[in-house]
Design a protein around this ligand. Structure first.
Ligand code: LLP
Length: 463
């Protein structure tokens, strides 16, 4: 998924096994700012600090594994997106990447809106005070109960994903005496260059209504006739962890084309378009993500240009970044348990978590950066595979990386850029207790999601 896949030169071992890894960095103690949260650095003793606190102190106080989230970095990134798009556009943070009440409050304070895709995410958002009109409700199979909760709450938009849902939302809204603002999610037929499981705009998949064959136009036709619905726009999300802006350009072109057809057929100019999320982040030094201001400029320009040539008023644009905001702001802190060199192959480093706190490596072949963080080391780099403690050989956290050759049990290592889709996709496999999320800022740390306990597990097991 990451684009770093250069075979290493045999600089630090006689023969290196096959794999996808870059040559070891010249200085394994260095922490690439592209990959690590903004306030990450090393103190005079070589211990990594974040938000002004040493990871050794965090490990002692909160235990490992733990997700450590840099609040200042989160706020900076959220604000950068908000500022880049300005007041004529909206930024909906995609809560599926990571959602907690603290995060909802930060987003609210920084002027962002929120995309939720389940009743659970909606409940979290509302309980932390996000105004309902700033919430978008997503999902390809929202239950009638979920739709009713969203309508009753007064969410700013429901993003409709199927023909059945047009009728369902209209019926529920009407029976509650409401007219629900909706966007229609379409698939524009773009092949996003990312992992198959997280590409969403090609037609052969479960999300959206295809533009092809006039289906999206037919969906709009039906929705416009229903009193319970106020059709405010068209939605397109082309996939995730995307670096190439051309997919967004094609999507914008096709969405505007549909707006034009709608204007020609119905005499209605829909006021909004949403271009979804999906912007890539740097998991390794080889990744080069775009800055929010470049993305905003590119998207705004293309939509404006397309609308001018179609003689349409430029609609209000919205976007839904999740990973690009929270991804780089957190790392997972682990303690090394065992170090097992396999002659001629690599060294297996077992940490005290694994696929239960980061399923992305096993699921998407995701690449990550890992560093020794409790001290520095001048030892020669060794090729490692960082694995978890689960009963499965696919339990890999970082497939191929270099760590100092003197790595030993008790050392702390951190895996960078685990803020998105790690805690939110965490599981209790092997009855693992899901790790806490600890937010750090200005020398203070606080738990925003606590570690699970055995009592939590047993409470669900009602015998
Ligand atoms: N909007 C919609 C409608 C989405 O479906 C998604 C992600 C986003 C926005 C946010 O995308 P982001 O900016 O975070 O890439 N579990 C996978 C990613 C699945 C993304 C699902 N939808 C992963 O770990 O890579």
């Amino acid at each position: 998924m990451s684009r770093s896949a250069h075979p290493a030169g045999p600089r630090h071992a006689d023969v290196l096994p096959e794999g996808h890894y870059s040559a070891p960095a010249d200085d394994l103690n260095a922490l690439d700012p592209k990959v690590w949260a903004h306030t990450v650095g090393r103190d005079a003793d070589g211990v990594v600090t974040v938000g002004g606190i040493a990871v050794t102190q965090l490990a002692e106080e909160y235990g490992t594994p733990a997700y450590i989230l840099d609040e200042a970095d989160f706020r900076d990134r959220a604000r950068a997106w908000r500022t880049a798009f300005g007041n004529d556009a909206d930024v909906f943070y995609a809560g599926k990447a990571f959602l907690s009440r603290a995060v909802v409050r930060w987003l609210h304070e920084e002027g962002l809106n929120l995309d939720v895709c389940s009743a659970g995410e909606l409940a979290t958002a509302l309980s932390a005070g996000m105004p309902a009109e700033r919430i978008a409700f997503h999902g390809n199979n929202k239950s009638p109960e979920e739709i009713e909760r969203a309508v009753r709450a007064g969410v700013g938009r429901i993003v409709i994903d199927s023909f059945q849902e047009i009728v369902r939302v209209a019926h529920i809204a009407q029976s509650l005496g409401r007219r629900q603002p909706v966007q229609i999610r379409i698939t524009v037929g773009v092949e996003a260059h990312t992992h198959e499981f997280i590409a969403t705009a090609h037609e052969d998949q479960k999300f959206g209504i295809p533009l092809a064959g006039g289906q999206a136009a037919e969906a709009v036709r039906r929705a416009l006739q229903l009193d319970g619905l106020e059709v405010i726009g068209i939605h397109s999300h082309i996939g995730s962890q995307i670096f190439d802006m051309s997919g967004f350009e094609v999507a914008a072109h096709r969405v505007v084309g549909l707006l034009k057809d709608i204007r020609d057929e119905h005499g209605v100019e829909l006021p909004e378009i949403d271009l979804g999320g999906g912007l890539g982040i740097a998991y390794t030094s080889a990744d080069d993500p775009r800055e929010p201001h470049e993305i905003a400029k590119a998207l705004t320009e293309i939509v404006t240009r397309e609308c001018e040539s179609a003689r349409l008023r430029t609609p209000r644009i919205s976007v839904e970044p999740g990973r690009a905001i929270v991804g780089p702001t957190a790392f997972t802190l682990y303690e090394v348990g065992t170090v097992k060199p396999l002659d001629g192959l690599r060294t297996y480093v077992s940490v005290d978590g694994g696929m239960s706190d980061n399923i992305r490596t096993a699921l998407y072949d995701a690449e990550y950066s890992v560093a020794l963080v409790s001290r520095t080391s001048d030892a020669e780099p060794m090729l490692v595979r960082v694995v978890g403690k689960h009963c499965e050989s696919g339990d890999i956290v970082v497939k191929d990386a270099f760590l100092p050759g003197d790595l030993a049990p008790g050392d702390l290592v951190a895996v960078a850029a685990t803020g998105a889709y790690c805690r939110s996709m965490a599981s209790n496999y092997n009855h693992a207790l899901r790790p806490p999320v600890v937010a750090v800022r200005d020398g203070a740390a606080r738990v925003i999601v606590r570690r699970e306990t055995e009592d939590d597990l047993l409470r669900l097991d009602v015998g």
